[in-house]
Design a protein around this ligand. Structure first.
Ligand SMILES: Nc1nc2c([nH]c(=O)n2[C@H]2C[C@H](O)[C@@H](COP(=O)(O)OP(=O)(O)OP(=O)(O)O)O2)c(=O)[nH]1
Length: 142
C-alpha cells in the first residue's frame, strides 16, 4: 500500500472584502494602490481587511465609505466569487461582492485615482494576481 504524507503548513487566515461597483453602462470601478503600500501602483477593487468582530458586509460598507466616500446599504451587496492565494505566511481569502446602488459620487480618498472601466479595459490593467480570475467571473455576471 502506498503511504501518502501531506505536510501541513500553519498559515494565518487573512480575509479581505472587495466590491465591484457597477454603473448603468456596465462599467466597473477600479482604484490604484498608493505608493509605499504592498502592490503599489496596481489597480484593484475597493475594499480591505476585516476588523476584529466585523461581518464581511459591515467591513465592506465601512471600506467603501473610507475609500470612496459613498454610502452603501449592506443589502445592496451581492456575494459574487472569491479568490484564495498564499501571500508569504498568510492565506489571503479575497471575497468579491457586486454592488449596483449606492449614495454619493465615488472619489479617490485613499487611492491615487479611481477609474470606471469596461471589462475589456480591465483586462489591460495591472492588477494583483488574486484578481485575475475575477474578470472572467464578472463577464459571466454583469
Ligand atoms: N482592496 C483590495 N485588496 C486586494 C485586492 N486584491 C488583492 O490581492 N488585495 C490584497 C492587497 C492587500 O494585501 C489586501 C488588502 O488590504 P488593505 O488594502 O486593507 O491593506 P493594505 O496592506 O493595503 O493597507 P493597510 O490597511 O495595512 O494600510 O488584499 C483587491 O482587488 N482589492
Amino acid at each position: 500500500m502506498t503511504k501518502i504524507s501531506v505536510e501541513i503548513q500553519a498559515v494565518a487566515l487573512f480575509p479581505v472584502v472587495a466590491a465591484a461597483l457597477i454603473d448603468d453602462a456596465g462599467r466597473v470601478l477600479v482604484q490604484q494602490r498608493p505608493p509605499g503600500k504592498q502592490m503599489a501602483g496596481l489597480w484593484e477593487f475597493p475594499g480591505g481587511k476585516l476588523e476584529p468582530g466585523e461581518t464581511p458586509e459591515a467591513a465592506l460598507v465601512r471600506e467603501l465609505d473610507e475609500e470612496l466616500g459613498i454610502v452603501v446599504d449592506p443589502a445592496a451587496l451581492r456575494p459574487a466569487t472569491f479568490a484564495s492565494e498564499l501571500l508569504g505566511d498568510r492565506s489571503l481569502l479575497l471575497l468579491l461582492y457586486l454592488c449596483r446602488s449606492w449614495s454619493g459620487d465615488p472619489v479617490a480618498l485613499d487611492a491615487v485615482a479611481v477609474r470606471w472601466v469596461t471589462l475589456a479595459e480591465m483586462r489591460t490593467l495591472d492588477m494583483p494576481p488574486a484578481d485575475a480570475p475575477f474578470i472572467a467571473a464578472l463577464e459571466r455576471m454583469i
